[in-house]
Design a protein around this ligand. Structure first.
Ligand code: MG
Length: 250
């Protein structure tokens, strides 16, 4: 069952969303060659705690960081590390979340480190746009499949691989609630969206194959062909007229 949040719950989720938005904003300000992914993680945790919030990812199934930091061919769940140093031309996907007053928010962004290749820029642009295409389908009365299909269609039209093994999700008191939201699907299928549902929509696209594998550390997911991957995510509430993005900062 997909939970419908009431006004006071939505207000708390909105507040939690502002924390995660602030982290992504901060990350986009500081990402630069020479920084380690652990440096980013430390700064993210500091930002989250400055709001009196708790890092949502830290300790989740034992995950050691407050962000997932996935560089280049890494798709998701990259572990922040002291010796993972960003280089000019890298792209880094930063996924993070916060818990505030009992409610969660979850969002992700992919950033270029200095100037990146045209291919990398195009992948980031298409992935970000595919998220907004999906959000454009969110409205009470629409079906979840409409949202999923929007990502798949846009990504495929632009020649990008759509990662199938990882999905978006409902969110609320828990990071992962029903429904599961794959980045592909058929329009007019799936649950009917209702105002008050809150969804974490998160396209993960690649410049090559959609196929991924997990590294032996048990976390980091990479593309099987070594192609670049990008990831954008927002926590989004369904409203009568459309949607409200809780984690927006731009
Ligand atoms: Mg998520």
């Amino acid at each position: 069952m997909i939970e419908v949040k009431n006004e006071s719950e939505l207000a708390k989720m909105r507040a939690a969303g502002k924390v995660t938005a602030a982290v992504l904003k901060r990350m986009s300000e500081i990402v630069a060659p020479g920084l380690s992914t652990l440096d980013l993680d430390r700064e993210a945790e500091k930002t989250i705690r400055s709001f009196g919030a708790t890092p949502l990812f830290l300790g989740y199934y034992g995950f050691p960081g407050s962000i997932c930091a996935s560089v280049n061919e890494e798709v998701v769940h990259g572990i922040p590390k002291k010796d993972k140093i960003l280089k000019r031309g890298d792209i880094i996907s930063i996924d993070t979340g916060a818990r505030l007053d009992g409610f969660c928010s979850d969002a992700a962004i992919t950033l270029g480190v200095g100037k990146v290749s045209d291919e990398a820029q195009r992948l980031m642009d298409v992935t970000k746009k595919s998220l907004y295409k999906a959000i454009g389908q969110v409205k009470a009365g629409r079906r979840l499949g409409d949202v999923q299909h929007a990502v798949e269609t846009f990504a495929t039209q632009h020649g990008m691989g759509v990662v199938r093994d990882y999905c978006g999700h409902g969110i609320g008191r828990n990071m992962h609630e029903e429904p599961s939201i794959p980045n592909f699907g058929k329009p007019g299928t799936g649950p009917v969206l209702e105002a008050g549902m809150v969804l974490a929509i998160e396209p993960m696209l690649t410049a090559g194959t959609y196929k991924v594998r997990e590294l032996s550390n048990g976390w980091t997911v990479v593309t099987q062909d070594g192609s670049l991957a990008a990831h954008f995510e927002h926590t989004v509430a369904v409203t009568a007229n459309g949607s409200e993005i809780f984690t927006a900062f731009e």
